[in-house]
Design a protein around this ligand. Structure first.
Ligand code: FPP
Length: 243
């Protein structure tokens, strides 16, 4: 599959909803937490595959604002897994020139998770290859409302006039202000939803859905999604003839 990919038309930014860990665990007669644990290896696989192809950004939906409503034991297991995985992977992130970033309301995470993330982000900040962005305690509506609030304050303080309210100015108040919009969004496990993920940023993204559960995802699945993306016609409102 990798050989079929046109290296001149690689999407700069791929966003991924990693779904199906719970169902994978159930299918294998394991606890849900073990499904999440099995979800770490695919993170590694897609990061490596993305790096090899020259993808500049991968954003992973690792924990949504809604995920706080899960049973406490599962939330605790996910937070612990995040810390242990980052500690384990930091060496390889550095070796592979991968920069780690986060988006979301990090202040709501346990302090040990915040500390581990802050350190990993700082330690990889000079890396120039793939930027791996973890969306944690992330919700798109909250992000958009917060951007509107920040602009309202600027307006109130006379730092902005009504005519300054452009799409670009709005984008600059989002978590992703320095990051290009994703051109491709992948969701695993057969669910056909956006689930409050990067709703502003995905406006023109191609959406790719696979029935595979996240823990079963390997490099080749990522290549397949890129290949599929490359065979779509992206018109941005124009006609085929205009392109
Ligand atoms: C969705 O599956 C998955 C999550 C809510 C968590 C994703 C976390 C990981 C893959 C762990 C590793 C992450 C990092 C960044 C080290 P689900 O639980 O909703 O599955 P279900 O729909 O089958 O129940």
């Amino acid at each position: 599959m990798k050989e079929k990919i046109d290296l001149n038309r690689i999407p700069k930014h791929v966003a991924i909803i990693m779904d199906g860990n719970g169902r994978w665990a159930k299918k294998h007669g394991k606890l849900r937490a073990l499904g999440h644990k099995a979800g770490v290896m695919p993170v590694r696989e897609v990061s490596e595959a993305g790096s090899e192809l020259g993808v500049k950004y991968i954003t992973l939906y690792a924990f949504s604002t809604e995920n706080w409503n899960r049973p406490k034991a599962e939330v605790d297991a996910l937070m612990a897994l995040l810390v242990s995985s980052i500690k384990k992977e930091i060496k390889d992130l550095k070796k592979n020139n991968i920069q780690l970033q986060t988006i979301g309301d990090l202040s709501s995470l346990p302090s040990i998770s915040q500390k581990t993330l802050r350190e990993a982000v700082a330690e990889t900040s000079e890396n120039t290859g793939l930027t791996l962005i973890l969306a944690l305690s992330y919700g798109s509506r909250t992000e958009i409302v917060n951007a509107a609030k920040k602009l309202a304050i600027k307006y109130k303080n006379n730092e902005l006039t009504e005519t300054d309210f452009t799409e670009e100015v709005f984008s600059n108040e989002l978590y992703t202000s320095d990051i290009p919009d994703p051109e491709l969004m992948i969701r695993t496990s057969g669910e056909l939803r956006i689930s409050n993920f990067l709703m502003w940023q995905l406006a023109y993204a191609e959406l790719y859905f696979t029935d595979k559960l996240w823990p079963d995802i390997r490099k080749n699945d990522f290549y397949e999604a890129i290949y599929d993306f490359q065979n779509r016609e992206r018109r941005f409102g124009k006609t085929s003839d205009q392109l």
